[in-house]
Design a protein around this ligand. Sequence first.
Ligand SMILES: [Cu+2]
Length: 283
Amino acid sequence: MATLVLAGCTQAQQRGFLPGPDDGQEVTNQTERITNLWVGSWAVLVLVGLIIWGLTIWCAVAYRRRRNDAGYPIQLRYHVPLELMFTLVPVVMVLTFFYFTQRDANEIEMHVAEPDYTVNVVGKQWSWDFNYVDDDVHEPAGVQSFATGEPGAAESLPTLWLPVDQTVEFQLDSRDVIHSFWVVDFLYKKDMMPGHTTTFQVTPTREGTYQGKCAELCGEYHSDMLFNVRVVSQEEFDAHMQDLRDQGYEGQLGVDLNRNEEEWSMRELHDEAGPRYTEGDDE
Ligand SMILES: [Cu+2]
C-alpha cells in the first residue's frame, strides 16, 4: 500500500510506472507507443484480476459451509456453455494482446532506407565501443567501469552522443558473448550477437543525458557494463565529432580487435584503481 501511495507522488504514474524523465516528455519517437502498449496491457490485466479475485472471494463467502450442512453441496460438471466460456475468453484475450503487440512491434522495427545517421555499437566483456559511422570517428575505447557506487563514477563511463530529432540507425555487434544494448529511458533494448549484426532505428526527440546498460547476463562483471547517452543539438553533435577528430579518434573500433589484449589493459587499470574486493579482510 505504501509503495502505491508514495509512487503516486512522482511523475512516474503519468507513464505507467515506466522509467523516464521527470518532466514527463517523450524521449524518442517510440516511447509514447511503448507506454500505451504497456499501460493498456496491465490495465486490462488488473481488471481481469479484480473480477477473478472478486468472484473467488464471493464464492468462498457465499458458499461457505454452514452449521447445519451435511455432505457435499450440489456438484456441477460437464456444463458445456460454462466450459466454452472458460476457453473462449482467454483465447480472445491472448489474440487481442497478440494483435496490439505485433502491430506496435512492426511499427517500432520499421526501417527507413536512408537513416539520418548511423552508429555502430560494439559490446564486449565488460564495456562498450561507440563508432560514429557517418563521420568515421569513434569514442575512446570503453573500459570496464568497476561501478563502486562512488560519486563521479557516472562521468567516467563511456558516452554515446546522438543528435536530437535525427533518425539514428544502430548497428549492434559483439566481440565475445551475447550482450544487450539498452538505453533505459528509450524503453527498448536489443541483443548483440557475436558474428551477426542486429539493427534498429530510433529518433531521439528530447535533449538530455540518459543511462544505458547491458541487459543480457554476459559474465562476472555484467552489472559494471554501463554507459551514458547524451542527446544534443546538431551543432553540439558536430562540434563533438570535430573534437574526436582533433584528438585523433579517427576510424572505427571493429569487432576484430583483440579482446584478450583489451582484457589485459583493463586488468592493469583495475590494479591501478585498487582491488575490487580487499582480500584477507576476514582474517
Ligand atoms: Cu554485457
